[in-house]
Write a protein that binds this ligand. Structure first.
Ligand code: ATP
Ligand code: MG
Length: 348
């Protein structure tokens, strides 16, 4: 049975003047999952999140949120909360007063979480009576999350929530999000932090110049047929080097590209997955212990770089007449009929 969908967008287009911020975007977000939105600056992430929050209306396309079609009016769809471009807070009020003020705005019949509970969850109980103007960026982010939790959302929309978080703040936020999804809440968040996305998200949409270049499960981004660089640390580095040099399909990367400090005994090998498997088997046969073997960049980061830097070259199915994507947004006159790659296509 197919998992229920919390958000389904089809052909969503949003234009600001002559800038096409979203260009026929197709996206599906599975209920009870964390869906990551990633893309270069100006790719359209905040614009898409703003549509989900009802802060703006699409010029074209259809959007269903939590089973209901989004209309033409500016209003937060039922069950949705969150923020884009940083949370809106009152600087002269304390954290507790900010939340109490927002809680008072919630309709009486809406499900509401307590102010204290929300502060506790994001780890701000100790500074509840400090005025927000004295808050650091990370503290503001956490208070923004607490504010979004007040309405007990079924879809939580967060624009770069990890921005400015220290490791403790990040742990709190990750903990809150993981608990929410275990309760069936859907979370969609944007981030430039691949490690965060990798740790949190089961699905991801990669945007480039307003277009979807990938949307689907993170696991589908691993492409075993693509060569990747791997860090290899072994009990005997010179023996490991000799085994690697003699294994078909393995290339040892030297020089400035090697991404390994010379003093660590780490070597960098470039290979497809099958060759890496063979390398491990040979190392074991030669009695060389493998202590570390991992891609230098994660599959998500590799896909991000490949799909957003040189999409036409790296995506085998891509139409070659598509203009190379840059960090500039698409302009009206550049619009082509290139279909967005969706999770269905990624399935193939
Ligand atoms: N209100 C607006 N008026 C005019 N142009 C806008 C507006 N909002 C967004 N844009 C433009 O739309 C494009 C997409 O912007 P958006 O903020 O969605 O990108 P983003 O992916 O969130 O980028 P970043 O990573 O920098 O946050 C950009 O070119 C931006 O300048
Ligand atoms: Mg943004």
């Amino acid at each position: 049975m197919e998992a229920p969908v919390a958000v389904r967008g089809r052909g969503i287009t949003k234009v600001f003047g002559d800038v096409v911020a979203l260009d026929h975007v197709d996206v599906s977000m599975t209920q009870g999952q964390i869906h990551g939105l990633v893309g270069p600056n100006g790719a359209g992430k905040t614009t898409l999140l703003g549509l989900l929050l009802g802060l703006a209306v699409a010029d074209e396309g259809s959007l269903d949120i939590l089973g209901a079609p989004v209309g033409r009016g500016l209003a937060a769809p039922d069950g949705v909360s969150g923020f884009v471009d940083g949370p809106g807070l009152y600087p002269t009020l304390t954290a507790r007063q900010n939340l109490a003020t927002l809680a008072a705005l919630c309709p009486d019949d809406a499900p509401a979480a307590g102010v204290e509970e929300s502060l506790e969850q994001v780890g701000l109980a100790d500074v509840a009576d400090v005025k927000v103007r004295g808050f650091s960026l990370g503290m503001r982010q956490r208070l923004g999350l607490a504010a979004a939790l007040l309405t007990r959302p079924r879809l939580l929309v967060l624009d770069e929530p990890s921005n400015g978080l220290d490791p403790v703040g990040k742990k709190h936020v990750h903990g809150v999000l993981s608990r929410l999804v275990s309760e069936g809440v859907t979370v969609v968040l944007s981030s430039h932090r691949m490690d965060d996305l990798e740790a949190l998200c089961s699905e991801v949409t990669i945007l480039s110049s307003g277009r979807v270049v990938f949307s689907g499960p993170v696991a589908k981004l691993s492409d075993d047929s693509r060569e990747l660089d791997y860090r290899l640390r072994a009990s005997d580095p010179s023996a490991a080097r000799a085994v690697a040099a003699g294994t078909p399909g393995i290339r040892i990367v030297e020089g400035p590209d090697a991404a390994a400090r010379p003093d660590t005994g780490v070597i960098i090998v470039r290979a497809r997955v099958a060759a890496v498997d063979e390398l491990v088997a040979r190392m074991v046969r030669e009695d060389v212990a493998v202590r570390e073997l991992a891609p230098v960049v994660s599959p998500l980061e590799a896909a991000f770089l490949a799909l957003t830097e040189h999409p036409a070259r790296t995506e085998p199915g891509a139409r070659t007449e598509q203009p190379a994507r840059t960090e500039q947004p698409a302009r009206m006159e550049q619009h082509s009929e290139q279909p967005a790659r969706t999770e269905q296509e990624a399935d193939r």
